[in-house]
Design a protein around this ligand. Structure first.
Ligand SMILES: [Zn+2]
Ligand SMILES: [Zn+2]
Length: 336
């Protein structure tokens, strides 16, 4: 079977005609297979949703329990047949529950990897290489200038700052799903055992991660009682980046604005956001991880979904791998 007959882009998203299902559709459809819980991939309103237990739970937390007409749980390693098309689920290493979805028919296997990263993350299962004919990859950081440094080193800079400025609150901006929990887990790995304060917007997701056995240590709501501003001196407060622009952030004592994102590699972005301590921590692959992964899968053809498509397509061509951008709309980089 020609790969395009098995899976191809439509305006609703990646569609499999023989299986009659979509992967991460951007509009409501009859049957959706969802790679992970970020809002640009997991949307409410599909008639039937198949995803990992964690992704289904996360969608329930974000959209309410009626987010889909019906749901079906998929487990890593599980192989199911949908209208004669074989589908299997594999860890993507991006956020808790994130999966790559392999679609196979008549000896052709396409892997839709969703968003993924290769380095170890204490909050989710590590990426599995799935050999395939066509590998569908993101390209969020698809330029050679993007190389993510070691996470422990970045967290070390935060720990150093806490020691140097014991009178200042350290506000860490991190997206509510995945990044926030990972930053907290990395801080724990660095040996920090004190209570970490979290913004109300990430309370439910942090509780969920803890329920799934991911040790985040002692957490408490970052609410200030009147006249008790100093209670946050020398403390770590984690909140969604959007909260840092509003009054919430100004209530803390002389805050050090930190932001955990792969984009912090770009100094200008850090400056524009008023970030004093940029932490380059990403849940996406950097350039080396993207190209290494393409090699590892052994794919003879690569389709690029979102991000910096051109550079990655060019790299593939230079390495005798057929490649093309899919020009899918509707994906942004919420996770970053
Ligand atoms: Zn994405
Ligand atoms: Zn994502």
């Amino acid at each position: 079977m020609k790969p395009e007959a098995l899976l191809h882009p439509t305006e609703k998203g990646l569609y499999c005609p023989p299986g009659d299902f979509y992967i991460d559709p951007v509009r409501p459809v009859g049957r959706a297979l969802i790679t992970h819980g970020h809002a640009d991939h997991a949307r409410a309103g599909h008639a039937h949703v198949m995803a990992t237990r964690e992704t289904l739970d996360i969608m329930g937390i974000r959209y309410g329990k009626d987010f889909a007409g019906a749901t079906q749980e998929a487990a890593y390693g599980e192989v199911v047949t949908i209208n004669g098309v074989t589908v299997s689920w594999h860890p993507a290493g991006h956020v808790l529950g994130s999966a790559q979805i392999a679609v196979e028919s008549d000896g052709t296997r396409i892997v839709a990897s969703g968003d993924y990263k290769r380095r170890s993350d204490p909050t989710c299962t590590g990426f599995d290489v799935v050999p395939c004919d066509v590998f569908i990859t993101e390209a969020t950081f698809g330029l050679p200038v993007f190389t993510h440094p070691d996470d422990a080193g970045e967290i070390g800079r935060l720990m150093e700052s806490l020691k140097r400025f014991p009178e200042r609150a350290h506000l860490v901006g991190a997206y509510a799903l995945g990044k926030a929990q990972r930053v907290i887990a990395l801080i724990r790995q660095a040996g920090y055992t004190e209570t970490i304060f979290i913004h109300g917007a990430m309370d439910k997701l942090c509780s969920y991660y803890s329920d799934r056995g991911i040790d985040l240590g002692p957490l408490a709501p970052a609410t200030i009682e009147k006249g008790a501003k100093d209670q946050f001196a020398g403390k770590v407060i984690v909140g969604p980046p959007s909260a840092f622009a509003d009054r919430w952030a100004r209530r803390f004592p002389d805050p050090v604005a930190c932001f955990a994102s792969g984009w912090m590699r770009v100094r200008q972005r850090a400056r524009q956001r008023g970030v004093e301590l940029p932490l380059i921590i990403s849940d996406h692959s950097d350039w080396d991880e993207l190209t290494q992964t393409i090699r590892d899968t052994g794919a003879s053809e690569v389709w690029v979904t979102h991000g910096r498509e051109e550079a990655l397509v060019r790299w593939c061509e230079l390495h005798q791998i057929r490649a093309r951008p899919l020009n899918l709309v509707g994906y942004e980089d919420e996770a970053e």
